[in-house]
Ligand binder design. Structure first.
Ligand SMILES: [Zn+2]
Length: 162
């Protein structure tokens, strides 16, 4: 059932609760705690803007090929690509330090080159869940169609998790 919750930002926000949550007094517990969704999103905006600026700086300083698409698509894809590359650079570097130039490290370098030259914003957006840093390795290991595309287009050599 729906309850109107007064948040700490001073806004009311309607929220659906289960009977069990109501029995536990969750609506009362949430009263005057945290921001409403709109205020939360607004509070994240400066952080996102800063990360976007960082992404653009890095793209320029390293000569990544500029993404193509509508302005909105490019902005979104910039963040997906930037987060993926940043994560992969760290992972590859870490593995190189631990184990030397393994096939996994070589794959990492190929993938980085490819990512920096992949300019189709729609592709990045469409595959954003696969390129999420916390998902990529799992997708690569378990999602055959995603892996096959990478094997074919990036020239990766498939390795079971090493
Ligand atoms: Zn609010």
């Amino acid at each position: 059932m729906k309850r109107n919750i007064l948040h700490s930002c001073g806004h009311y926000q309607e929220r659906d609760f289960t009977e069990e949550e109501i029995a536990r007094n969750l609506p009362l517990f949430l009263e005057k705690r945290g921001s409403c969704r709109a205020c939360y999103i607004a509070s994240q905006a400066p952080k996102k803007e800063k990360e976007f600026e960082e992404a653009r700086e890095q793209e320029k300083s390293e000569d990544w090929l500029p993404l193509e698409g509508t302005e909105k698509q490019v902005k979104w894809a910039t963040m997906i690509r930037y987060r993926f590359v940043k994560w992969l650079e760290e992972e590859t570097e870490k593995q190189f330090k631990e184990k030397g130039n393994t096939p996994g490290v070589m794959n990492g370098h190929r993938l980085l080159e490819w990512a920096k030259a992949s300019i189709d914003s729609g592709y990045w957006i469409g595959k954003r869940e696969y390129f999420a840093p916390d998902r990529f390795l799992e997708e690569y290991a378990n999602n055959a169609s995603f892996r096959n595309v990478l094997l074919a287009t990036v020239g990766l050599t498939f390795l079971p998790a090493s």
